[in-house]
Write a protein that binds this ligand. Structure first.
Ligand SMILES: [Zn+2]
Ligand SMILES: [Zn+2]
Length: 187
């Protein structure tokens, strides 16, 4: 969703982030589907403030979705609280605004320390900005619990539910059992 900078009132703009807002629904779906996650529900809010051309975003998004456990393949619900705090400052092009170049370089030096980003032109793309925060908040691996025992490499039994009678050394390899089952599955 593109938002024109000049359309942001001086008093700021308050947005609801829920499934009734189509750009939020599209953004959540796009980001989660890419990671094989199934959106369940989400809600949040975003305040957009403006001081001169500098934009400040402040809000949060709670996201509930389904993921498959990487060890035992069971689907489980996952909830994330994603903070949305960011400062955006206009990117000036050297041919347009040469006097701003040194200021911009100075800001870029600090960009790693602060939640600073640049926007180009006269609008910001909220789908991209919020979507990026969602991607950054996703854990690299999903497991249903820290102690998930995974599947037995030999018989495929979910070892969280019941222990099988296979040799115990295979339990150590249990995380790989999920991969084997995937490869051999008829789907
Ligand atoms: Zn699991
Ligand atoms: Zn077994």
């Amino acid at each position: 969703m593109k938002l024109a900078i000049e359309s942001i009132p001086g008093a700021g703009l308050d947005l609801k982030l829920d499934d009734k807002t189509s750009w939020v629904a599209d953004m959540v779906k796009n980001v989660l589907m890419r990671e094989n996650l199934i959106p369940e529900k989400y809600a949040g809010s975003l305040r957009i403030g403006k001081v001169n051309d500098n934009i400040h975003l402040d809000g949060s998004l709670n996201l509930v979705f389904k993921s498959s456990c990487h060890r035992c393949l069971k689907e489980f619900p996952f909830s994330l609280d994603i903070p949305l705090n960011m400062n955006l400052t206009p990117q000036y092009h050297s041919d347009e605004e040469p006097s701003f170049q040194s200021k911009q370089e100075e800001l870029e030096l600090n960009a790693d320390d602060l939640d600073f980003s640049f926007y180009d032109g006269h609008e910001i793309n909220l789908s991209d900005i919020v979507g990026e925060q969602v991607v950054l908040a996703l854990p690299p691996v999903f497991t249903c619990s820290e102690n998930c025992k995974g599947l037995c490499a030999q018989c495929g039994q979910n070892l969280n539910e019941v222990a099988c009678l296979c040799a115990p050394k295979d339990i150590a390899n249990a995380p790989w059992a999920a991969l084997k089952t995937l490869k051999g599955s008829p789907k």
